[in-house]
Design a binder for this molecule. Structure first.
Ligand code: HEM
Length: 195
């Protein structure tokens, strides 16, 4: 079965997203996401698939260097980083890099987006790994992280000899995809009826 603990994409344990595929089509139009972005995300897949661990080193290094971010991965009472929490989440984060670049944004993917949102929110944070950590990833950090995540990915997109134009297009597609995903993850944080 699935080798990544807690990665439940495409399984019956993931509930239906409250956001419909029709709503999602409109969100895509709002951020100017189209077939060309799918093409460039998949181009990036060939690059990132061999570099997942190196990319995660950069992203985890960034989170680990900022105490207010590391707090979300630390003990609720003693504030100490939880290795048993960081490690399994890192594995799922690695799979997320592959899923984002694969760009098969169908119903199963949409449903798992909602699951990821719940896992950052107090509804499901800590539950997957049984972690004794803080109750919620504050929304103010969630959204802001889109910039460092995509900006630090850029050098990886450029390291395998693609043209400057292709690198720019892959980068833009990643920014748009992250904007779409974190907007979907915002659902549990937004007041009923306001999403
Ligand atoms: C979990 C991505 C922002 C803290 C995850 C997972 C992914 C992810 C892919 C694993 C989902 C799964 O279980 O399959 C991202 C991205 C972000 C972002 C792309 C911004 C663009 C943040 C921020 C924090 C944070 C700002 C706070 C420092 C966490 C925590 C978990 C998690 C604590 C584990 C949640 C749980 O208990 O299941 N994130 N994240 N994330 N992320 Fe984020």
């Amino acid at each position: 079965m699935n080798p990544i603990p807690g990665y439940t994409h495409g399984t019956p344990s993931v509930s239906r997203s409250p956001v419909s595929l029709t709503d999602f089509e409109q969100m895509k139009a709002s951020v100017l996401f189209g077939e060309e972005d799918v093409k460039f995300l998949r181009m990036s897949h060939d690059i990132v698939k061999g570099r997942v661990e190196a990319i995660l080193d950069v992203w985890y290094g960034f989170v680990g260097s900022q105490p207010h971010l590391l707090a979300s991965f630390s003990g609720k009472t003693d504030g100490k980083p939880l290795g048993d929490y960081l490690a399994p989440v890192r594995k799922r984060f690695g799979q997320w890099i592959l899923d984002t670049s694969n760009a098969r944004y169908d119903q199963a993917w949409l449903d798992y987006q909602h699951e990821i949102g719940l896992r950052h929110h107090r509804v499901k944070k800590n539950k997957t790994d049984g972690a004794p950590s803080t109750d919620v990833v504050p929304f103010r950090n969630l959204f802001a992280l889109i910039f460092p995540v995509t900006f630090t990915l850029r050098p990886f997109l450029a390291e395998q000899g693609h043209s400057a134009e292709d690198v720019e297009k892959m980068y833009a597609a990643w920014v748009k995809s992250c904007l779409l995903q974190v907007t979907l993850w915002a659902h549990p944080y937004v007041k009923d009826g306001d999403f």
